[in-house]
Write a protein that binds this ligand. Sequence first.
Ligand code: CMC
Length: 426
Amino acid sequence: MDQLTITDERTGKTYKLPIVDGTIRALDLRQIRVDDKDFGLMAYDPAFMNTASCRSSVTYLDGDAGILRYRGYPIEQLAEKCTYLEVAWLLLFGELPNKQQLDGWEKEVGHHTLIHENVKQIIDAFRYDAHPMGILIGVCAALSTLYKDASDVKSAQLRRLQMVRLIGKMPTIAAFAYRHSLGQRVTYPDNRASYTGNFLKMLFDVGGDWQSHPVLERALEILFILHADHEQNCSTNAMRAVTSSQVDPFSGVAAATAALYGPLHGGANEAVLKMLAEIGSVAKVPEFIKSVKAGERRLMGFGHRVYKNYDPRARIIKECAYKVFEVTGKNPLLEIALELERIALQDAYFVDRKLYPNVDFYSGLIYQAMGFPTEMFPVLFAIPRTAGWLAQWDEQTRDPETKIARPRQIYCGAAKRDVPPLVGRG
Ligand code: CMC
């Protein structure tokens, strides 16, 4: 067995720690102590920069090589050959479905697209200008009050039922939230349409005769596939941490959606569009890059904790953007984005820090061209990522090593002191 030998220079003692899968167990450090009163050595790793929090067989990511695979299948092949629901099945159950399984799965998800009228009333109670992500977070949490069986997380059968419910209902909640923001009555799900076709219909069909364009429907399908999972990112970590308490998955997905809402995560594509609009013209790009290099702001849609190479999803999205623009006409912000990318990819600031376009750099341009308001962009991330969150949740629930997530800290506050009387405190 591979081993790591550590000598503690405080005591002169030597320890041998097993190395498995290129990793040492942090708990093995605990034996390294100065004396019996010593708690034992800990690893300090804010933001989990170098800590594996789980063993997972869902998604493989090599950030240096720009590789992303779901259950071993390259993302490029999945985006080219599969539908979103096929990929969701793959993530959840480990293998691609055969024809019969896929037909059954599509029907099963279709049966769960409706939401209870009580849930619709919850959406109606939000203010007309509420951000749809706020609505999504609130409504996901509210679903746990409807499906009381969801708290039985030990039952594999019930876990599967909640997965289908969530995958079926997320587009409906999102579309109803959107229609609420417009003050329009909702369009109920049409289960004859594809997953993305039905979603587009619920968003945009007002008179009953709206038809989605096949190129745009497929583009959304590809974007959904690309966003379906991304191993231990911020929102997935939130899903795992929150559900490690054995709370139901609706509450877990509400927490994961909240994590995704932030501008450094799923809110980035919205931030990219705001940034491009603010830059306003290709001529102003150099000035903007200067302010980024001066540390005054970030180039949104660039950089990634794990990818130190071109994000493979960004490459597929860029190709997809051109197909969408053939139908919708070119997004006027595209030229600014291309110029930003051109300059950044040859500028030492970005090259030295290995900052490349990520998944969010071009996705917003497509969404905008397809007619989505910017506030819906993170929602378009949350819907497909639900499959990934649920796959990771199910995996964690089945993992015998799972315990409630509870990190340690290094206490750096005041030493013990006595409470002084109120009168006379500084
Ligand atoms: N623009 C300018 N400088 C940047 C950027 C950026 N977008 N990203 C990182 N840097 C610099 C940063 O200032 C730092 O420089 P220095 O070493 O001189 O201090 C260096 O690069 C390392 O940055 P970091 O903040 O330590 O990197 P991180 O791994 O903590 O952050 C990130 C990753 C994605 C939060 C960050 O790159 C970022 O804020 N990007 C913009 C927001 C964005 O596009 N987010 C979407 C991520 S992909 C979708 C998803 O998975 O959610």
